[in-house]
Design a binder for this molecule. Structure first.
Ligand SMILES: Cc1ncc(C[n+]2csc(CCOP(=O)(O)OP(=O)(O)O)c2C)c(N)n1
Length: 633
């Protein structure tokens, strides 16, 4: 990597000739492919973004000028150009480099992000602060066409355009969200791409740019010239113009020369926000990713030569199990429809989309809209199932409260990627699910322990007449325990999986993935200390099984709660509150995740960091009960 190794920061990029920049792009692309093939990560978006990022750093002076990448999953080239090459091979690994923008990692990353459609708002805030402070730097937001399906972008543009803030938005249009982009806007972008200005404009801009005054001409003249040039290029983009933005483009985002010239000119526009439409190809430069950009959007470690995963995991994910179960439900009940917010593949709905295209709705990256639209469907007698990652559901909190729960409508949210998600890190963990949802009136909240209870639990939601969230982690956990009393799964009933005895009289209350850890911890405590600790799967978090809980209160059973979620406002807190309300014994311990944003790593590493592996749980219980092996032996 002859050139890349010489780049210690954006200043070094500026020293390179155009030809060298082309060679640098090739080296960056190679580094990204090599690293992601070992570490996993977001491949196709990053490969599509290399030349654009080089051009940005040629033209702008980060960190004085502010460059923001929306979502941030396409930030690898930016990391490599901003002095982080030496750690790039630790990408997404425990205590290594984040796969997303990370402010603590570099002054060139303004925010820690991972959720879509926020960059224009943040950029506008930075631009306004600049103006208030009398500063002069530039603010640039790079936003994908997928991210531009998120409503916040329009709230921000409406605001920015009205105030005429000096701001540059680069629309990186590759026709793809994770899968093919959807909605009327994607058709509009297609129209812009196909417009005469794309083909004719390319020639025209070359001609125009050649006639721009050379350095040394009066600045005023340059600005005037730039403004005129830009004005005359505007033939399309009325929608952005209506929002108060000047539209430029489309341009070839893989042409560093063209991008450099356009960005240089954009710097000189001071009277209005600009939207620069750039066309790129997702997966650019790696044939397999170009041909299958969806498959290579986010990947586990893979072999470069054939694109196959390094570790083939035969196990189905929880999302795939849930998607299959929903298909079966749809086959029996024509009221069942499915909704995704641009994540059909990730949330296990691909099969549903194929089998029931007329009952499947991809709304774009628009979780808020998805929830309120589901309310409409439910009010009209349809049974909507919205499958979404827990972390992205956070965005739709008010819609859940106001449009679904307040109306008591039978909308079911299939909340996937709950609990710790691993290498995507702090922006993606679904650890606020229970505190966020459990307190909302009318809500039913379910957290099955394995794939069988997930399937059964999902089916049971059809019998509900009000709102419901069924939550599950990323991995599909195969069934490992049966209820002692043999009772089938019922909403509002917990399942006792392991007995305590009269001497120990201690029970672990757990839900979701932690139920398995609780069972394992109980086994360890039995094998190593002769303890008989009971385990109850409290999968129905709301309504709780009050009969079961009251029986435990009466028997003065020592209660230990375990959850892979935020402790404050979580399940354990609620159990403690109920103990007080019922004048019962207080819980002996409440275990869960600490109140801080947890970084990336494997789930096992993160659980260990939080003291929640089975062995650690066993040890902590032993301490709580003040039992040594000897005492009990
Ligand atoms: C609020 C939210 N919902 C869903 C996602 C998941 N997600 C990550 S990237 C992505 C597609 C983004 O498409 P685009 O902005 O066009 O970028 P590209 O990957 O095509 O470069 C989606 C849906 C997210 N990050 N944030």
């Amino acid at each position: 990597m002859a050139l890349l190794s010489q780049i210690h920061g954006p200043d070094d990029v500026k020293k390179l000739s155009l030809e060298q920049c082309g060679a640098l792009a090739t080296e960056i692309r190679q580094t990204i492919i090599d690293t992601v093939s070992r570490q996993g990560g977001h491949l196709a978006s990053n490969l599509g973004n290399v030349e654009l990022t080089i051009a940005l750093h040629r033209v702008f002076n980060s960190p004085t000028d502010k460059i923001l990448f929306d979502v941030g999953h396409q930030i690898y080239a930016h990391k490599l150009l901003t002095g982080r090459q030496d750690r790039f091979d630790t990408l997404r690994s425990y205590q290594g480099m984040s796969g997303f923008p990370c402010h603590a990692e570099s002054e060139h990353d303004l925010f820690d992000t991972g959720h879509s459609s926020t960059a224009i708002s943040m950029a506008l805030g930075l631009a306004r602060a600049r103006d208030l402070k009398g500063e002069k730097h530039h603010v640039v937001a790079v936003v994908g066409d997928g991210a531009l399906t998120g409503g916040m972008c329009y709230e921000a543009m409406n605001d920015a355009g009205n105030g005429k803030s000096r701001l540059i938005v680069i629309l990186n249009d590759n026709e793809m969200s994770i899968s093919r982009n959807v909605g009327a806007l994607s058709t509009y972008f297609k129209h812009l791409r196909a417009s005469a200005s794309w083909y004719g404009g390319k020639k025209r801009i070359k001609h125009r740019l050649q006639s721009i005054p050379l350095l040394g001409k009066p600045v005023a003249g340059m600005i005037e010239n730039a403004k005129n040039m830009i004005k005359s290029l505007v033939t399309e983009g009325e929608m952005f113009e209506a929002l108060g933005f000047r539209y430029l483009g489309p341009f070839d985002g893989h042409n560093i020369d063209e991008m450099t010239r356009v960005l240089e000119q954009a710097k000189r526009v001071s009277d209005t926000p600009l939207l620069i439409h750039v066309i790129t190809k997702k997966g650019y430069g790696y044939d397999l990713a170009e041909r299958q950009p969806e498959k290579f959007h986010g990947v586990a470690p893979f072999r470069v030569e054939n694109g196959l995963k390094r570790n083939q995991s035969p196990k189905a994910s929880a999302a795939q199990i849930a998607g299959k179960a929903l298909c079966a439900m749809a086959a029996e009940d024509p009221r069942v429809v499915a909704i995704t917010a641009a994540m059909a593949g990730g949330t296990g709905l691909s099969q549903f989309a194929e089998y029931y295209p007329e009952r499947f709705f991809d709304v774009g990256i628009a979780e808020q809209h998805a929830v309120s639209m589901a309310a409409g469907l439910a009010r009209a007698g349809v049974r909507p199932y919205f499958a979404v990652y827990s972390t992205f559901l956070q965005r739709a909190y008010d819609q859940i409260v106001h449009d679904v729960c307040l109306q008591n409508l039978p909308v079911c949210i299939m909340s996937d990627h709950v609990a710790l998600v691993g290498d995507d890190g702090k922006t993606h963990h679904g650890v606020l699910s229970v505190p966020m949802l459990m307190s909302i009136p009318n809500m039913t909240l379910l957290a099955p322990r394995d794939t069988q209870t997930l399937t059964d639990g999902l089916r049971a939601t059809l019998g509900l007449e009000g709102p419901c969230v069924i939550q599950y982690p990323k991995d599909g956990i195969e069934p490992y325990a049966k209820p002692i009393d043999g009772c089938p799964l019922q909403i509002g009933r917990w399942q006792k999986l392991r007995e305590t005895d009269a001497r120990d009289n201690c029970v672990i209350l757990a839900y979701g993935r932690m139920t398995k850890h609780a069972m394992e911890a109980a086994r360890i405590l039995h094998d190593q200390a002769g303890l008989h600790i009971g385990v109850i799967d409290c999968w129905s978090l709301r309504p709780m099984d009050m009969d079961c809980l009251k029986a435990l209160f009466e028997a003065k059973t020592r209660l230990i709660t375990i959850e892979e979620g935020e402790l404050i406002g979580g399940f354990g807190s609620e159990i403690a509150r109920l103990c007080v309300e019922h004048h019962a014994q207080e819980p002996a311990a409440i275990f869960g995740l600490p109140n801080r944003f947890i970084a990336h790593g494997t789930v096992d590493q993160l659980l260990e960091e939080c003291g929640l592996t089975s062995e650690q749980i066993a040890e902590r219980i032993r301490k709580v009960l003040c039992v040594t092996e000897k005492e009990h032996g």
